[in-house]
Design a protein around this ligand. Structure first.
Ligand SMILES: O=C(O)/C=C/C(=O)CC(=O)CC(=O)O
Ligand code: CA
Ligand code: MG
Length: 413
């Protein structure tokens, strides 16, 4: 059963058809039950389907999806087709499928979700025109908000792959150096970050590697799927350290991702051409297919929605990010992760970071827990997203959440 336009296919799994985790979605993740090993699964409704047991395939009896991702696009499509057929209500063998598959469904409330891939390299881009313009105005008020390169290439930096953590992992407020403060002795100040922020982003997970020395082929040949990502950012540390080599410790302490990877195949109805670009980018960045994605993101602070960033408004699209990552001959490996950069739209309530929402703290966000310029200890940030599915239904991309823990004590000098 391939993904087709038209009415959504129906599943025998109770509740699945009415859920944003219907047969049209089927995101992949890694789960464990109490005392059991971590294994690969697919989400349907409020359950996880164990893939190794269902498909009799040991590649899924692993604590990461990398082995499956390395098999490539034809295998991804074949597995998705098999799963859709096994879970479908409207195929002749549905009763037999149900009898065989039902024992391998586990209620979500009985599982722990893990980081779904072993992350290789992690790169973060800067692809929202509105975000780049806002942050440029705030960080560099005396200059053009957009650097001269910005409309010619998707600007990015390498982050710390080893600190990519799964949703729910607590985030400890980092220690670091910030600029000398007025009234101080002129030295930088070392201590807990006082401007801890979020960045609402999408992450793209590489399945099929590229060859050293060669550019990537088609986006959908290499990229397996999409995850939600929060690039926690200590703005005070970042502002003092980033010249001239870019973000470093201000962003490397934690990057949280959703436990679910939504395969590109589930996002067929979300594909849009991508925003017009002026000037036209060089040939290697020309868009060959529509890979803008109409994904609607919501950011909640302590349970209250504070922003609705629209991914469809991104200036650079994820196929262009992939082309740029490899144009110099640098290769990508299975499990590499690249993020879009903060997603911000033109309206205030579409900004994907607190530094923009509060204009560097000058206009605090009002919530039931009090006013926030930046994050307080104990705050919980949750990013979720939905996208159009077949027949007007929507699919969900999971959520990525994290709660801020107090900084560790400043070491005595
Ligand atoms: O312009 C700057 O100096 C800083 C930019 C960011 O903090 C953004 C970043 O990490 C990339 C992004 O998320 O868009
Ligand atoms: Ca970022
Ligand atoms: Mg980060």
């Amino acid at each position: 059963m391939t993904d087709a336009a038209g009415p959504p296919a129906s599943s025998w799994v109770p509740g699945a058809d009415a859920s944003p985790y219907s047969l049209a979605n089927l995101p992949y993740g890694v789960y464990s039950r109490a005392g059991g090993p971590a294994r690969c699964g697919v989400r349907i409704g409020d359950q996880v389907l164990d893939l190794a047991a269902t498909l009799h395939d040991e590649v899924f009896a692993a604590p990461a999806l990398n082995g499956f991702l390395a098999r490539g696009r034809a295998a991804w499509a074949d597995t998705r087709d098999r799963l859709r057929r096994l879970l479908a209500a409207d195929v002749p063998e549905a009763a037999a499928n149900r009898a065989a598959v039902q024992p391998h469904l586990v209620p979500l409330e009985d599982v722990r979700l893990h980081l779904p891939v072993e992350v290789g390299d992690y790169v973060d881009f800067y692809c929202s025109l509105e975000h780049a313009t806002n942050v440029g105005r705030i960080f560099r008020p005396d200059q053009d908000p957009l650097p001269p390169n910005w409309r010619h290439l998707p600007v990015g930096y390498h982050g710390r792959a080893g600190t990519v953590v799964v949703s729910g992992t607590p985030v400890r407020r980092p220690l670091g150096q910030r600029a000398p403060e007025p009234g101080g002795d002129g030295s930088p100040v070392f201590g807990p970050s006082t401007r801890l922020d979020i960045e609402a982003e999408l992450g793209f997970v590489v399945g099929t590697p590229t060859r050293l020395g060669e550019p990537a082929g088609d986006f959908a040949d290499h990229v397996f799927g999409v995850t939600l990502l929060n690039d926690w950012s200590a703005r005070d540390v970042q502002a003092f350290e980033y010249v001239p080599l870019g973000p470093f410790l201000g962003k490397s302490f934690a990057t949280s991702v959703s436990p679910w990877i939504t395969p590109l195949a589930a996002l067929a109805a979300a594909r849009v051409p991508g925003r017009a670009q002026d000037p036209a980018p060089p040939g290697y960045l020309a868009r060959r297919e529509p890979w803008g994605l109409d994904i609607a993101i919501t950011v909640e602070l302590n349970g209250e929605p504070v922003s609705h960033p629209p991914f469809r408004e991104m200036y650079w699209t994820p196929d262009q990010m992939l082309a740029h990552l490899t144009v110099n001959g640098a290769s990508l490996r299975t499990g590499d992760l690249y993020a879009s950069g903060t997603v911000s739209g033109a309206a205030r309530e579409q900004r994907g970071s607190l530094i923009e929402l509060t204009w560097n703290g000058a206009e605090p966000v009002r919530t039931a827990a009090g006013e926030r310029a930046f994050l307080a200890d104990g705050d919980t940030v949750t990013i979720s997203a939905t996208a159009p599915g077949p027949g007007g239904a929507r699919i969900a991309l999971g959520e990525v959440t994290g709660t801020i823990q107090p900084a560790r004590p400043v070491p005595a000098s």
